[in-house]
Design a protein around this ligand. Structure first.
Ligand code: DLL
Length: 437
């Protein structure tokens, strides 16, 4: 098996890569300027025209795009092609009730599959592998993203999707899966459940794990590797840019290789927006330079990382990013699902029985994330019977769960019992402590 999926692009000298990035950026900017009124307006306001963009370095002249820009143009207002040319739509959490919608042309889908194929190859997954995909299938990009990449490398794909862990373990064993794709916390949960089912790692044929969609530490990597008897690799991505496959660990298992002929990466100071030099920690910003349906320009991910440019020991010349260790906003990732406190707030505002004062407690119990939300009730129901309060809790739980897409515990608490803050409200107590710092 050859070591690179696309050796020309993966090992190209940086000067040529930078030139290709510049050419692709120039073409993309011309296209979005002509086809997306939102971008044309934004560029005019910033005083930039497509003629100003000739090389990759010119990227710094362009304005940033944020999640709220996508929300303001919901659902399809930032698409650069007519809907008839869009062959698939995915979505991820928005900051309020509305989802962030992303679209792909047929060509985008093929490039996405190639990016994931490159990532899988990078970790040593090939034609002889049986790939068990336990990321969710549906609007989430994890399941279908890994699926098509694994098919492209010629592996046998088992599209299990999430949930029903007992069945997952049974299928891992019976179908003799060699590669497991899921969130790292779910991999540890599978290891726990295997113990309960009386199975050991020797009962499975697993050899590789492709884990992402949430932050995880080196400590977790060691635990997963030891408990499942595999090599665990980090895969990163976000729906807005494509989905999984924006970057990936190689066998060196240190930094992640960004697919740099499709995405230009920058790191900025999250406060000032100033571009930071190589080796400095800041917020990742990505520009899509080959996407047709949704080529986001300088998209602020809110993920914190560090970029470096030296060639890796594996021979790849692409830009490298360190493992993502945090966010510059208040987004939480709970069992792989992105949750914004503002989504909860938007539900509370609809209910006269409660106040928009709440606290979110997150913990990891037995490798499963648990979220409990304490919400202040209004004086008007405080003295009501327990049954009335319980029924409001149920109504709220139902609506919050359907907004967030995950299970929660809801507790109504006494009026004025949640501490008010003088500055920025503290809404989240996250006890998971994924990273030591
Ligand atoms: O989580 C895409 C994905 C699926 C990546 C499967 C990897 C595997 P979204 O739902 O849009 O897309 O969430 C994107 O998840 O901005 C990060 O905050 C976080 N994230 C994704 N991968 C990693 C990772 C998918 N490897 C958001 N490490 C991103 C840390 C990650 N955080």
């Amino acid at each position: 098996m050859s070591y690179y999926w696309n050796s020309e692009m993966e090992t190209m000298d940086r000067e040529t890569l930078r030139r290709i990035q510049g050419e692709r950026l120039k073409a993309t900017i011309k296209r979005v300027y002509e086809n997306v009124p939102y971008y044309a307006e934004k560029m005019k306001k910033a005083g930039v025209t497509p003629e100003d963009i000739n090389t990759a370095d010119d990227i710094s002249k362009l304005p940033f795009t944020t999640k709220s820009d996508l929300r303001d143009n919901y659902p399809f207002g930032t698409f650069a092609v007519p809907l008839k040319d869009v062959v698939r739509v995915h979505a991820s959490s928005g900051t309020t009730g509305k989802q962030t919608v992303v679209g792909y042309t047929q060509n985008d889908i093929e490039i996405w599959a190639e990016c994931v194929a490159r990532c899988l190859y990078c970790a040593g997954v090939g034609k002889d592998d049986v790939v068990h995909v336990a990321y969710g299938y549906g609007l989430f990009t994890g399941g279908l993203g890994l699926h098509y990449g694994a098919e492209m490398v010629g592996a046998t794909v088992i599209p299990v999707s999430g949930g029903n862990t007992a069945r997952q373990i049974q299928l891992l064993k019976d179908f003799e899966a060699t590669v497991l794709c899921c969130t790292p916390s779910y991999a540890l949960y599978i290891a726990d459940e295997m113990v309960s089912a009386g199975l050991t790692k020797d009962d499975l044929k697993l050899r590789i794990g492709i884990f992402g969609a949430e932050p995880w530490s080196e400590e977790m990597r060691k635990q997963i590797e030891q408990r499942l008897g595999i090599k665990a690799y980090d895969i990163y991505g976000l729906s807005e840019i494509m989905g999984p496959g924006v970057s990936m660990n190689c066998h060196c298992q240190s930094d992640l290789h960004i697919i740099s002929d499709h995405f230009i990466a920058e790191v900025i100071d999250p406060e000032s927006g100033e571009v930071l030099p190589e080796g400095t920690r800041g917020e990742l910003v990505f520009t899509c330079i080959t996407k047709e349906a949704l080529p986001l320009i300088r998209y602020r991910t809110r993920d914190l990382s560090i970029l470096t440019y030296e060639t890796c020991a594996c021979g790849r010349t692409s830009t490298r990013m360190q493992k993502v260790t945090g966010r510059s906003d208040d987004m939480l990732i709970i069992r792989g699902v992105n949750v914004f406190p503002s989504q909860i707030e938007s539900v509370l505002l609809k209910y006269s029985e409660v106040e928009p004062h709440y606290m979110i407690y997150v913990d990891r119990v037995g490798h499963l994330d648990i979220m409990e939300i304490h919400i202040e009730m209004n004086q008007s129901i405080f003295s009501d019977r327990v049954k009335v309060i319980e029924s409001i809790e149920r109504k709220l739980r139902h609506e919050i769960e359907s907004t967030l897409g995950i299970n929660t515990r809801i507790r109504l608490v006494e009026p004025k019992s949640i501490q008010r803050s003088e500055g920025k409200a503290k809404r989240v107590v996250d006890k998971r402590k994924i990273f030591d710092s």
